[in-house]
Ligand binder design. Structure first.
Ligand SMILES: N[C@@H](CCC(=O)N[C@@H](CS)C(=O)NCC(=O)O)C(=O)O
Length: 215
């Protein structure tokens, strides 16, 4: 049995997929693909026609879209189960995964993290207006998540689920921006959830090694 994860070292979606594999205890080979490069191998584009990362290949089965990957990993491999079975908890889990993909990624990661943290570290051009737009959009995302987050230790109850696995890397990047951390801290449940989850072994073990900001 071989599991290959094709991902980009700094990609937040690749981090999510790696975190799910780690939580499930699934050994895998990492294959580096930079989707922003002009020279993405044709073999990868055959696997992922939209030129994004990640993609997972398990024996001869290839799948892309991070939610499809993490659900597949959860269902194809044994414990721990990462999707609630109780209908309302499962609906919340799916809802949070979808909010993360549809509404959180762009402002939290591509606007705030990228232009406040990542690009400066790489000495790449920064657009302050992107940070501003991200910080304008982020409160609605955080408020929506705060409203539906459960009262338990994790987002959907007392057990870790794919909701936590999809949101944690996005928040992990967002709070590296001081303004991101300040916004998160205004949300009592999310802040409590992040305080507990940010020290989790699997999250730290899979966290991308970011380039150091110039002094
Ligand atoms: N909906 C996709 C999104 C994946 C995605 O946007 N990945 C980013 C990296 S974090 C990417 O490949 N970006 C390349 C680009 O925007 O050209 C998923 O769930 O996998």
């Amino acid at each position: 049995m071989t599991v290959e994860l094709h991902g980009y070292q700094y990609s937040v979606y690749s981090w999510i997929a790696r975190l799910a594999l780690h939580e499930k205890g699934v050994m895998h080979n990492w294959i580096e693909v930079n989707p922003f490069s002009e020279n993405v191998p044709a073999s990868y584009l055959a696997t992922h026609p939209f030129k994004r990362v990640p993609a997972l290949v398990h024996n001869a089965f290839a799948v892309y879209e991070t939610g499809a990957i993490t659900r597949y990993v959860d269902e194809a491999f044994d414990v721990p189960k990462l999707q609630p079975t109780e209908p309302r908890e499962r609906a919340r889990c799916n809802q949070i995964m979808s909010i993360v993909d549809s509404y959180a990624y762009w402002p939290l990661v591509r606007q705030v993290f990228s232009h406040r943290v990542f690009r400066p570290a790489l000495r790449r051009p920064v657009e302050e207006s992107e940070v501003e737009r991200g910080l304008e959009s982020a409160p609605r995302v955080l408020a929506a998540l705060e409203t539906i987050a459960g009262q338990g230790q994790y987002l959907t109850g007392e057990d870790l689920s794919l909701a936590d696995i999809h949101l944690a890397p996005m928040i992990g990047y967002f709070v590296l921006a001081p303004e991101g951390l300040a916004l998160l801290q205004k949300h009592i449940r999310l802040n409590r959830w992040w305080s507990a989850l940010s020290g989790r072994t699997a999250l730290l073990a899979t966290m991308p090694q970011l380039p150091q900001a110039p002094q």
